[in-house]
Design a protein around this ligand. Sequence first.
Ligand SMILES: Cc1cc2nc3c(=O)[nH]c(=O)nc-3n(C[C@H](O)[C@H](O)[C@H](O)COP(=O)(O)OP(=O)(O)OC[C@H]3O[C@@H](n4cnc5c(N)ncnc54)[C@H](O)[C@@H]3O)c2cc1C
Length: 525
Amino acid sequence: MTDHERDTDPRDAGTTRAALSRRDFLKGAGAAAATLGLADSAAASGARPWDLIVVGGGNSGLPTALFAAQRGARVLIVEAAGALGGTLFLSSGQLAAAGTRLQKQRGIDASPQQHYDDIMRISRNTADPVLLRLAVDHAAPLFDWLVERGLQPLDGQPITGTTHEPYSRPRYAWDKGGGMKIREILMAELQPLIDSGQLQVLTSTRVVELLQRDDRSVVGVVTQDERGGRARHAGRNVALTAGGYSDNPTMHEKYEKAPDYCRSTWPYSQGAGISLGLAAGGWVRGGQNHTPLFGAVLADDELPSTIRAMVRHFPPNRPPYEIYVNAAGQRFLCEDVPSHDAYEQALSRTASETCWVVFDDAIIKAAKPIASSSLNVRWTHDDTLAAFAAGNVPNFYKADTLKALATTAGIDAAGLADTVAAYNRAQASGQDPLGRRFMPMPILQGPFYAIRLRSWNLYSYAGLAVDGRLNVIGYDGKPIPGLYAAGEMLGIGQLMGKTVCGGMAVTPALALGRVLGEQMISLEA
Ligand SMILES: Cc1cc2nc3c(=O)[nH]c(=O)nc-3n(C[C@H](O)[C@H](O)[C@H](O)COP(=O)(O)OP(=O)(O)OC[C@H]3O[C@@H](n4cnc5c(N)ncnc54)[C@H](O)[C@@H]3O)c2cc1C
């Protein structure tokens, strides 16, 4: 800690006041900085501790703060970015909820139990039963709450799915404004509480340390602003809602044992909340549920890269004329399986989560365009043709022979030759060892083409272990008093298991944030 540390006083909304001296702060504690009797010192100086300090004002932090403050708690939100919202600035805001009023109006038979069963089925029972139950049980009230405040699902929604594994019943919906619409609704609800001083917001400020007593209870945070100024804030409860580590390749590889090739996430998703929880005695679980997203053509050879285009691989939307091979040149999935999950799991088993889609000139002329726009980059079929013609666009390869294609693309040449020959025999006979049925054309005549695909991610699968009250727990299973977590901090793999289930990041972040906020007052009682 430095000389310019400050203590915030919850009654000084929007301001910081002169610091307690370091001596006052330490008075009576006789302990290291992270284990002092902070709340007592703060109270002695007249500064009451906050009822709740929310670390990260994003998808889960905003409802946590809102529902606690609406019930009378005095709340401080500390946000690293310059504005509140977190990944709501980027996300499509796709939600999944069962038992909503919208479903009832549409005559859709939908219950939280079906939602739970569906996710357990898709994920092969790898989601956490306690957290998943909590999320699905609170999803519909949250969805209805958003709709009451102006969220308008698109015409024809809810649906069963689009870019993720379909649910058995329609429960997937979003507003055309995406995550920004959800942010708008939350901000409108938060504003009166901010105006009244019930809730204070510090932006461009990071929480860098948790304050703990000897008995492990968390009693506040230390923040650091952009100029390096530090401040201590006493709080009876601290909610870690600082998001995941999806923009931190080192943490991603550490916890998920998989490469992180792609930058498509919120730059503040650095895993800071996980580090804070670990330092307080928590532990991380769930990395084994890592599931890569499929179809990304990266812009660059320098990694992590942004995405240049997406390969359209989902058979119901575009039947595959091509084959997909791994670095050994072997096919590793049945290309016409109508399952996002099957593609994702197959990719996770390839070396370095890398594969190539391979085809010839006749196929590129006959099939629908293979590559299309990505999340935020426009890409057309003409761009694909131009990339092959240019010969120097990363991840697009063209050659007159299969052998030359393999060499330039980095695929084993003998393996690719064998695979193409075997595929052509299967295509002629209609009998494919991998079970593929849609095989309209062989791969016969050069020029030949390949596009290299690498895994990409939007989420962090591992997260802090919590109990059913969202209390962060130690290895001993005992809760760390005063320390809670919600949102991606819990690890997305706890909520969707080893797969990708549509809406099961935004919805649980919001719903469990609400649960946490509402629970704060009962905890105080
Ligand atoms: C492009 C994109 C699209 C997506 N689309 C969907 C979708 O449609 N549906 C879906 O279910 N999921 C989607 N997701 C995932 C989903 O948005 C996230 O998993 C979820 O919103 C995470 O919410 P959160 O509150 O945990 O984290 P965030 O919303 O990231 O909030 C965490 C906040 O903490 C702040 N912070 C970080 N460190 C600190 C610190 N030390 N001190 C203070 N503040 C800190 C961050 O700046 C951020 O504001 C998408 C993700 C991306 C990137």
